[in-house]
Write a protein that binds this ligand. Sequence first.
Ligand code: ZN
Length: 138
Amino acid sequence: MKTHSFDCEFIDEFPPVLVERMLYVSTLYASALHLCACGCGIKVVTPLSPDNWSIIFNGVSISLTPSIGNWSFPCQSHYWIRRGDVIWSDRWSDQKIEANREADHARRERHSTAAYQTAPTVSTPRKRFALWFRKLRP
Ligand SMILES: [Zn+2]
């Protein structure tokens, strides 16, 4: 079933079983996690960093930016989470997905040699996330 809105929960460790319509945020792992809003049941991980996603918490609900494009999933769903509400977006063409991937990659390459490797406060959650992520997808 499609999800129309997400509640949010701030946690340290992600639970092994996710509840639908819940957006989990872990500052420990600098990541957010939710079940795909299309209802396909796939876990969507959104790393929080200057090069990935950002959250805005207004005291009640969360906005996640940029949009979530699940291009590698069979559903290929694309949506925004704004103040907890799911706003469906258009499906991208293969060319647009590929161009976006290349732009993301180039942006991360530029930053990977600078801030991340010198700032332990940033790299520590990233390392914790990498360890956790490996456990999630054996
Ligand atoms: Zn889906």
